[in-house]
Design a protein around this ligand. Structure first.
Ligand SMILES: [Zn+2]
Length: 245
């Protein structure tokens, strides 16, 4: 579908990335991480090209408010200039709570029914807290870092956040990809709503440990030069699933 100038709806991926980077990967109004690309200056109907400066990020709620004229042009322009995710330094969304303990598939290692699925030097990197009340949700907390040991994605009690100073964060369907630089994926995570999450790609340093996850294989290199590879491994019903150091 094209507009009257023959401009197609589809925005080229390099333009989308430039918009994401400028906006800090979140809705410019509320910092929500689930976003639509919105031509605002000019509106899509009057656009002759996909200019990243004329496109902004809006979450589905803020987008709907704009379409219904419940959000002014002025406010969108202002927010585009001072994006919310840039102000708070992150964009966020939530993880659907699980009825049971959420599983984490860390490439070749599946961690199920664990209180602390992963710990590094005694520090819990992934944690599952039991419901505080009857029929309440299990709460998942997890920290992922990149090759520079900088945070790539944090989950805190079922709310996830990605950081505005990342090189690129792309949310597509139920998956989130964090890139450190062109062609370098720090993390690709797939949320399985109400059940857990799958880490499809991982390249992270934490406390000297290098964790490399690729599909069905998890490689862990230790600071002392040792290492281990996990493929189709399962840690089920343990207090601590995988303990490093
Ligand atoms: Zn929003």
């Amino acid at each position: 579908m094209s507009n009257k100038y023959g401009l197609p709806r589809d925005i080229p991926s390099d333009v989308k990335r430039a918009v994401r980077q400028r906006c800090g990967f979140g809705c410019v109004i509320c910092a929500g991480a689930i976003v639509d690309y919105e031509h605002f200056s000019p509106e899509f109907a009057n656009a002759t090209r996909h200019d990243p400066e004329g496109i902004t990020l809006l979450c589905p709620i803020c987008h709907a408010k704009k379409t219904r004229n419940m959000l002014s042009q002025r406010r969108v322009h202002e927010a585009n200039q001072y994006p919310s995710a840039r102000k708070v330094q992150y964009a966020f969304s939530d993880v659907e709570a699980s009825e049971g303990r959420p599983f984490i598939k860390l490439a070749g290692m599946t961690l199920r029914n664990c209180n602390t699925p992963l710990q590094v030097r005694g520090y819990p990197l992934f944690q599952v807290e039991s419901p505080e009340e009857l029929n309440g949700p299990y709460r998942l907390t997890a920290s992922f870092f990149n090759r520079q040991s900088q945070p790539s994605l944090f989950i805190r009690q079922n709310e996830w956040k990605v950081f505005a100073d990342s090189w690129d964060v792309e949310v597509k369907g139920p998956s989130v990809t964090v890139r450190e630089r062109p062609g370098e994926i720090a993390l690709k995570i797939l949320f399985v709503p109400g059940e857990g999450l799958v880490v499809e790609r991982l390249d992270m340093y934490c406390a000297g440990f290098h964790l490399i996850g690729n599909g069905e294989e998890l490689r862990v290199n230790s600071p002392d030069g040792g290492g281990a590879t996990f493929t189709r491994c399962l840690a089920d019903n343990c207090n601590v699933g995988l303990s490093l150091g």
